[in-house]
Design a binder for this molecule. Structure first.
Ligand code: PMP
Ligand code: GLU
Length: 377
């Protein structure tokens, strides 16, 4: 038989999904595993968002919609971006996708040519590199400062004629770090001085604790070269809805639209009505969830620090990133097999020697998990 695609065969499956699936299998086998592995809010989608989707379903919003998204949602996103993220955005500059992940994938396909280099700042989330590789691009990694998790001028050492794009993710998955103004300005300067595109994944923008979230596209003329990625999974607890979006200059949106039309066609029509309610409705639900994450964050970080572990800044998202004494794969495996606590080794994010714990789970389970980690060490 002829060989299957070598390009795809060379890409590893998603580590975050693999570990969470393993934890689920152990749970199905009757083992009491606490999963701190996947980054998924444990809250249900707020009621008014679910109701808007059910209403849409009942009134027959079950047909194909415009490929880039229903006009109501494109308008709601463009107004939200202009109002909250402080850069101008028309509805034509928005594309609604099947999750933020799909927006990332489409953007890479839209921008990269074979051999184009994309700089990833490590620790980096698991799906950026595969999306670059599927698009035929090449990844160049640059480690952020391992104490502050901010950037400095050494970023410039990775830039050359082939550099096409820089990906930033603030607040960061997995480190929880939030880029300060200096780091953001540095990225903006590098992009503008060297004619480089930027992808700014802002999916955790609503989950910041005492820090300010800054949008890259709001700096100088960066809106002309930035693809801003966002979605509903984290802010509104809508992971299973598979809804995200990208905001970018119109020529990039046109290219992404071609990928979308020939692959998924569009995001699900009635689900998009739920997303309209999420954006235009009462935002108190977002703040309530943020406050609860903050409470858990303080607990988990202080317990880990008391146990002697060093942790990354944890100023945003819902992850504690912990420095471990030894091999992260071995330690995460021990926590899982002996303590029945599933976590994600930092190696999955190109940062061996660290482990990511998601605190998007109930306080009761977190207390149990911390007790188990303390026991197995
Ligand atoms: N970016 C980051 C940094 C994430 O952690 C996730 C979580 N899956 C995504 C994008 C994708 O989100 P979505 O569920 O909307 O595809
Ligand atoms: N982003 C989440 C995580 O990092 C969900 C899983 C995934 O899509 O990779 O765990």
């Amino acid at each position: 038989m002829k060989r299957l695609s070598e390009k795809i065969a060379s890409i590893a499956p998603s580590a975050t999904i693999a570990i969470s699936d393993k934890a689920k299998r152990m749970q199905r086998d009757g083992i009491d595993v606490i999963s701190l592995s996947i980054g998924e809010p444990d809250f249900d989608t707020p009621r008014h968002i679910r109701d808007a989707c059910i209403d849409a379903l009942n009134r027959g919003e079950t047909h194909y919609a415009p490929s880039n998204g229903i006009p109501e949602l494109l308008n709601a996103v463009s107004e939200k971006i202009t109002r909250e993220n402080h850069f101008s955005c028309s509805p034509e500059q928005v594309i609604v996708t099947c999750g933020a992940k799909d927006a990332i994938y489409e953007a890479m396909e839209a921008v990269l040519n074979p051999g184009d280099e994309t700089i990833l700042l490590t620790p980096a989330w698991v799906s950026y590199e595969p999306c670059v590789q599927i698009a035929g691009g090449k990844v160049v990694k640059h480690a952020v400062n391992s104490k502050t998790f901010q950037l400095d001028d050494s970023l410039l050492e990775q830039v050359n004629d082939k550099t096409k794009m820089i990906v930033i993710n603030s607040p960061s998955n997995p480190s929880g770090a939030v880029f300060n103004e200096k780091s953001m300005k540095l990225v903006a300067d590098v992009c503008q001085d060297h004619d480089i595109f930027a992808m700014s994944d802002e999916i955790y923008e609503k989950l910041v604790y005492g820090k300010e979230h800054l949008s890259l596209a709001a700096i100088d003329d960066m809106a002309q070269r930035t693809i801003t990625i966002n979605g509903f999974s984290k802010s509104y607890a809508m992971t299973g809805w598979r809804l995200g979006y990208a905001v970018a200059p119109m020529n990039i949106i046109r290219q992404m639209s071609i990928v979308q039309q020939h692959s998924v066609s569009q995001a699900t029509t009635f689900a998009m009505w739920g997303a309209v309610a999420a954006l235009v409705g009462d935002q108190r639900c977002v703040e309530e969830m943020r406050k609860e994450f903050d409470r858990r964050r303080k607990y988990v970080i202080s317990e880990l620090n008391q146990m002697g572990y060093e942790t990354a800044p944890a100023d945003g998202a819902f992850y504690a990133f912990v420095k471990v004494p030894g091999d992260d794969l071995e330690i995460a495996n021990r926590w899982l097999v002996e303590g029945h606590v599933a976590t994600t080794p930092g190696s999955a994010f190109y940062t061996p020697g660290w482990i990511r714990l998601s605190y998007a789970t109930s306080m009761e389970k977190l207390k149990d998990a911390i007790g188990r980690i303390r026991r197995v060490g």
